[in-house]
Each structure stands twice: as structure tokens, then as C-alpha cells.
Design a protein. Structure first.
Lengths: 107, 107
DNA sequence: CAGTATCCATACCGATACTG
DNA sequence: CAGTATCGGTATGGATACTG
């Protein structure tokens, strides 16, 4: 539909939190509260919801260690790893953009 | 904030329509109704709104030719062109993803 | 041709409180 | 530690009618 495939990637990566979550998973698995600390502005509720959606899309997997207290880790699936270059690409563009924005005062 | 720059790109490219619009502008300037035909599911209202936002973000420029009937064209700004590789990247990923999805029945 | 204006539904998201 | 549940506000998006 609409003659392009761009929307597929955007559906997965888009929204307010998914890109940020995926960015923080780039350097390895993370626990739930670890992600909360890395993304201070996300609420518990939204983090849960977004992680579930990423799981349903097959991008990340949830690994639950049967311990008390609970221990859960989130990490990329093999399929999800195919998205990593895009995340990194956007990260690098964002860095360049902010630098240019504040340096050249481009608006 | 949140320790990453990914969100900047997502703010610009994300949402339901912006990525698709930017994709269709890859191969040159387009007129308003031309974009409507290329994106059959977008409403006039949403196309207008999204084009305005892309304009405000400095990604595309609106060129109005003083004719009757009106003639308007949208195209990438120099700044916007720095986003093109990301759009293309997502497009290629999307193509691969759908092929794999339907071929391997990966789910 | 290229838009505005209005109305309305729902999706998204945050705050807060509670739980195995 | 890693969540759920509930409530409510705001943003997003669609349908339809109208316009310079």
C-alpha cells in the first residue's frame, strides 16, 4: 500500500519510545529497571507496553530467569538485529543534527 | 535526554505519514495532488498537516508558482537531503522484511 | 489545484495506586 | 524486581463540507 515499504520500519521503530529502547539494547541485554534508569522519562506503564509490542513484532525477546526476586532481560532477536543498522544510522544523524543545530544556529 | 539522539530522527520521520511522504519525494519534487495519488490512503487534511510540519522542521520546502490554477511543489531542502539515506535504508529493510515474512513464513 | 474549517472518534500517553 | 489496573487528558487522525 502507498507504494513504499518505509512504513514497515516506521511502524516498528516509530512512536515515542521504541527507538530509544532499541538504542539502549544495542550494547547488550538489559533488565527492566535498568532500562527505566537509562530512559528516565519513560513511565513503568509505557515501558511495559512498548516492550510487549516489540516482543510481538519479533524484534526483541524477553528472557525470564526463574529466581526470587524476579530477573528479566530483554535483548534483540536475530530478526531484530537486522534493524540495528537503522537505529545506529538514526543515532548518528541525530548527533550531527544537534551539533549543526546548536553550532550553526540553523533553524 | 534519555541518553540518545535516535528520537530526533524519529520525531521527524515518524508518525503515520511523514516517512511515506519523504519516500515519494526521493525521486524529485511533487505537487500536492500528485502526492495524494501516490498515497491513496492519506486524507487531504492529513497530507496538508504533515507537509506543514515537515516544512517547519526544515526538511522540505514548499514552492508556490504564481499561476492560475495554483501550482505548488514540495521538495527536499539541503538539510532534508541528509535524511534521504535513512529513508532509503528503511525502504530497503522493509522490502527485505516483507519478502522474508511471506517467503519463510517467519513470524 | 491546493487547500481550510468543523466535528468527532479513538489512540496514545501520563499519574497514581496496587501486586506476585 | 518487574510488573498490572484504573482513570483521565491530550494528541492524532478521519469524514465531510466548503473556498480562493
Amino acid at each position: 500500500m502507498n507504494g513504499c515499504f518505509v512504513e514497515l520500519a516506521i511502524d516498528i521503530v516509530g512512536g515515542k519510545w521504541k527507538g530509544i529502547i532499541l538504542y539502549h539494547l544495542l550494547d547488550g541485554p538489559k533488565r527492566f529497571n535498568q532500562l527505566r534508569r537509562l530512559i528516565p522519562t519513560v513511565t513503568q506503564r509505557m515501558l511495559t507496553l512498548q516492550l510487549r509490542e516489540l516482543e510481538e513484532d519479533g524484534v526483541i525477546s524477553r528472557i525470564q530467569y526463574p529466581e526470587i526476586p524476579p530477573h528479566v532481560e530483554y535483548q534483540y532477536t536475530e530478526f531484530g538485529k537486522t534493524l540495528q543498522p537503522i537505529i545506529q544510522h538514526m543515532q548518528e544523524w541525530g548527533k550531527l543534527y544537534t551539533e549543526e543545530y546548536f553550532a550553526d544556529n540553523q533553524s
